[in-house]
Design a protein. Structure first.
Length: 103
């Protein structure tokens, strides 16, 4: 049986939540309301100061259509990372240029 690095799994879990929130253009308040937690708790989760408990994690996975074992399964996690990279490169590439106004 494969052993898990709990610190790495914790970091993955927190980064998944943060990156999914950002990729969906949600504020911390919107995401926290969706998960049934406070914005302060979500901030702590995103900054690796606190792990989400089981219920908010499962609600997050259910709401956003992600497998609950995503941080544990190396193949799933790497696939999710590739999808995030694609989303990020598309959003950067398609952002309109904003000219700076001179005073």
């Amino acid at each position: 049986m494969k052993s898990f690095n709990t610190r790495e799994i914790s970091h993955r879990t927190c980064h998944i939540i943060r990156d999914e929130r950002r990729s969906r253009d949600l504020t911390q308040i919107e995401m926290a309301n969706e998960l049934g937690i406070s914005q302060s708790a979500l901030s702590k989760i995103e900054n690796l100061a606190m792990m989400p408990t089981l219920i908010p994690w499962l609600k997050f996975c259910s709401t956003f259509g992600l497998p609950a074992n995503l941080p544990l399964d190396e193949k799933l996690y790497k696939g999710w990372m590739r999808e995030q990279e694609k989303k990020n490169s598309k959003s950067i590439r398609h952002k309109p240029f904003k000219a700076q106004l001179s005073n």
